[in-house]
Design a protein around this ligand. Structure first.
Ligand code: NDP
Length: 525
């Protein structure tokens, strides 16, 4: 069964810190089903407004088997254990109580040799215990606040996604579009105003987030496990829903308001292996009522990204309370990361064309990535600067600003160029660019930013990652965790995208790769 939606094309993928996939295992054996379906469209006028009618179509009942990614079920289990452990490790191994020497000690670079390196691993004294009920309530309250604002605030854009090819849904394979309510930027602005007013009147103490960091992390982990399990179990409602919908449709054949169509399963997350499907996500884009609330798109951008900024501001507030001023590194990292998140929220529609939304299921990988990994590991630099009293010279500050500006320029220009080219190829800014006509119908840019490297946008993003880590100075390795992890993520993401494009474009992609030889960094990789 296919639910079709209005057909305006959403902008092609632009920039956003989408949910970070975990550090990859081997992408061995991966084989995505190329979509063979065509989109069926139908519209009707109801109360003067255009409405969508879901159209039923059967394409194939034989769902093609998929290879595993991330090392299969064993890899999925290992990553599921390793991700939360890494989050805790970064707190236990790098804090005010123990210092930040553990990693150096393990790799033999420590200035002072300790008999037992693991004595450097400890719960920080200035943080509350690992678990606290108050933090659980706070975490749930935060998610609730975001959901409430998302529901109440107007959404200027109700965009459509791109065609989404599903896995098996009630024995059918479907290609369809959904509508989305996008108001992440408004949620952010409202939260910012609420925090500013609350802080001014003394009702909100952002600095307390530092003390609660560890217990909030535990609350986040528990929430991620619970939500993933709920989503996995809920994905089995597919048959029941489909049957009742089919019955209803036989009687009426008309659309009664927002219809999110059938429960659609993700290609990769529907293997039948519980551990693997739970990790990748069985359902593609869970929606639990006939509303525009899309759990995956909501989590991708709103609670995690804004939560990350709140933690950063909490560390800055704590530094101000301790020192009476804010240091240059703290200002730099806060400003850069604020800019990155605001950019992502401002360009929110771009999320709809990303792999995360169109292909990956909403399982532990994305749930944990969005709600825990991003806020609790991406804020490491600000926490490090607070706990280690780092300062840097003016020359270094200038150098870092240049790195950030260059990275942002490459990132924004390249993402923007593809976006413009895909939405309006006749736009004066892209009209002169050379492109490769493909049998699939879409053109691939072979000059401009996308002629320099196949993912030059990743290079810009990675340069920014350096600019976020360099303010931490060179005393320890730990704050450079982000730049290392992100480098691995981007290389793996490029490989995944390359495989997908080869499936989508076939020989055209091979030709494109011959013309644009470098993957991410021109003349290097
Ligand atoms: P991209 O923006 O790189 O888009 C890849 C898609 O673009 C391909 O699948 C293909 O899709 C299309 N494409 C590829 N080559 C060309 C070409 N030459 N001309 C025109 N179209 C082309 O996807 P991502 O979602 O991976 O990245 C978006 C941004 O998000 C990046 O800047 C990345 O750095 C950032 N990001 C940040 C993360 C974080 O945690 N901070 C995590 C992940 C990403 P098709 O042809 O089908 O349209």
């Amino acid at each position: 069964m296919v639910s079709t939606r209005r057909t305006t094309k959403a902008p092609s993928s632009s920039s956003r810190p989408s949910s970070p996939s975990p550090p990859p295992a081997s992408p061995r054996g991966r084989k995505r089903t190329p979509s063979a379906s065509t989109i069926l469209r139908s519209r009707t006028k109801k109360n003067g407004e255009e409405e969508d009618i879901p159209i039923s179509t059967k394409e194939t009942k034989n769902h093609q088997k998929h290879g595993y990614e991330f090392g299969g079920p064993i890899g999925a289990i290992c990553i599921t254990i390793l991700l939360p452990l890494t989050c805790y490790f970064l707190v236990f191994a790098c804090n005010e109580t123990t210092g930040c020497d553990l990693i150096e000690s393990i790799i033999g670079l420590a200035k002072e040799k300790k008999k037992n390196s693991f004595s450097l691993l400890m719960i920080p004294e200035k943080m509350t215990p690992v678990f606290s009920l108050e933090s659980c309530v706070l975490f749930l309250g935060w998610i609730g606040w975001c959901v409430m604002l998302h529901a109440l605030l107007p959404a200027s854009i109700v965009k459509e996604g791109v065609d989404i090819t599903s896995g098996e849904s009630g024995g059918e394979k479907a290609r369809f579009r959904l509508r989305y309510k996008l108001n992440g930027f408004r949620v952010f602005m409202t939260t910012a105003v609420a925090c500013a007013v609350g802080t001014y009147f003394g009702q909100i103490q952002l600095r307390s987030l530092h003390a609660k960091f560890l217990s909030l992390l535990t609350a986040g982990c528990a929430f991620a496990f619970a939500l993933t399990t709920f989503l996995y179990v809920a994905s089995f409602r597919v048959n029941k829903d489909d049957k009742s919908k089919k019955k209803k449709k036989k009687k009426t054949r008309k659309n009664d308001g927002i219809d999110n169509g059938p429960v659609v399963l993700a290609n990769g997350g529907n293997t039948g292996n519980v551990a693997y499907d739970w990790f990748i996500g069985r359902e593609l884009n869970p929606r639990f009522s006939n509303s525009l609330f899309d759990a995956k798109v909501f989590c991708e951008l709103t609670p995690g990204l804004i939560g990350w900024l709140l933690l950063n501001f909490g560390f800055m507030h704590e530094q101000y309370a301790r020192l009476g001023f804010i240091t240059k590194p703290m200002v730099l990292v806060n400003a850069f990361q604020l800019m990155y998140v605001v950019d992502a929220l401002w360009n929110e529609p771009a999320i709809l064309t990303t792999m995360d939304v169109t292909t990956d299921g909403f399982g532990f990988m994305l749930v944990f990535g969005d709600l825990v990994w991003v806020p609790f590991t991406y804020s490491l630099q600000c926490r490090y600067i607070l706990e280690n009293n780092v300062d840097i010279s003016l020359a270094m500050t200038a150098f870092i600003v240049i790195v950030q500006a260059t990275g942002y320029y490459v990132f924004r220009q390249s993402n923007g160029q593809k976006n413009t080219f895909r939405t309006n190829p006749n736009d004066p800014s892209v009209r002169h660019l050379k492109s490769l006509k493909t049998k699939r119908g879409t053109n691939l840019l072979i000059s401009g930013w996308w002629g320099i490297a196949r993912h030059v946008n990743y290079f810009g993003d990675w340069l920014m990652a350096w600019a976020w880590c360099l303010p931490c100075g060179f005393d320890h390795v730990a704050p450079y965790f982000y730049v290392a992890y992100f480098g691995v993520l981007l290389v793996h993401r490029d490989l995944r995208d390359g495989e997908q494009c080869e499936l989508k474009y076939g020989n055209d992609w091979k030709r494109y790769c011959e013309i644009v030889r470098f993957r991410i960094i021109p003349y290097v990789y």
